[in-house]
Design a protein around this ligand. Structure first.
Ligand SMILES: [Fe+2]
Length: 311
């Protein structure tokens, strides 16, 4: 059966993609950002996921303001990079996994999540920048990637709780897929930033770091945070962070934080990144397992007569 083994969350700042595309990754300004993802590249190269489910938002590239799905799942075989005004990014075409994606759509929709099914879609920096941060710039992405676009552009975006619960539904769907696949879920966007208005340039490191802490240790409490708090504390575009809850909801309650990186600024935003692994056993479950484990029978002592005979 398929299983989700880890979550990978990161900002998807478009300027990071431009720095890659324009050969600026070694510039001191950008090196500070890219060096924070070196360990992540090694981690994912070792983990070698069979499939990635990438939760991101479209920035009016695939969906104009005429049509804005709240949750749109990519079920196509491939997703070309979108032209965001400077031509499509020079990155590989994203190859999907129609079998698993259709299975997730069926399971989640029958579970009450009315996903939009997308059989043709271009993907923008919201998806391709995190792929670069995880995989570098290969000729082909190393595994199939299922895009899940979440509306955080037009009010009202979904709540953190709804995103978390969608993660739970995805987890259930993946667990019932018959093929043995190891799946990593990406959550993208954020962290604190505001790109227009009187508070343009807002960055709140204290909020961002607390968000990372709680994402690991208090995911349900964090998912209950209302939209207004994101707006107040993390700026208008900080609402992108609700997408991280989809990733977190798809993981176990207890997770192992294997890596974290945070730096300010990249363009006019904070860059945050965290990797969480499943497989941590809670103390209660471990105690129960220990209690219910069959005790090993003590070896029987041979009688003195039998011992003499054996000798
Ligand atoms: Fe974005």
């Amino acid at each position: 059966m398929a299983k989700i083994i880890a979550g990978f969350a990161s900002s998807h700042v478009p300027a990071i993609g431009a720095a890659i595309d324009n050969g600026q990754t070694e510039d001191p300004y950008w090196k500070r950002v890219f060096s924070g993802f070196e360990k992540s590249k090694k981690w994912i190269a070792e983990v070698k996921p069979d499939v990635v489910i990438a939760v991101y938002n479209d920035h009016a590239s695939a969906f104009s303001v005429e049509l804005i799905p709240t949750f749109a799942l990519g079920t196509a075989a491939e997703f070309p990079p979108a032209d965001e005004g400077w031509g499509p990014r020079p990155v590989p075409v994203v190859k999907g996994h129609p079998g698993l994606a259709s299975h997730i759509a069926t399971s989640a929709i029958l579970d009450g999540f009315d996903l939009t099914i997308v059989n043709k879609m271009e993907v923008d920096h919201g998806l391709t920048v995190p792929l670069n941060l995880a995989f570098g710039s290969p000729a082909e992405w190393p595994c199939p990637i299922i895009p899940l676009a979440v509306n955080v552009v037009q009010y009202p975006p979904p709540t953190g709780k709804r995103c978390f619960d969608l993660g739970r539904a995805i987890r259930k769907a993946v667990a019932s897929y018959p093929e043995d696949l190891r799946v990593v879920v990406f959550g993208t966007g954020g962290m604190s930033h505001q790109i227009s208005g009187p508070r343009a340039g807002l960055i709140n490191s204290k909020f961002d770091k607390s968000f990372l802490d709680r994402l690991t240790n208090d995911p349900k409490g964090l998912a209950a945070m209302p939209h207004i708090e994101y707006m107040r504390e993390a700026g208008a575009e900080g609402i992108e962070l609700v997408m991280w809850h989809v990733m977190r909801g798809a993981l176990d309650d207890k997770v192992k934080e294997v890596y974290r990186f945070y730096t300010v600024p990249a363009s006019n935003t904070a860059v945050g990144h965290i990797i969480l692994e499943n497989g941590v056993k809670s103390a209660k479950k471990a105690a129960l397992r220990k209690k219910s484990a069959p005790k090993k029978a003590a070896p029987k002592k041979k009688s003195k007569a039998k011992a003499r005979k054996a000798a």
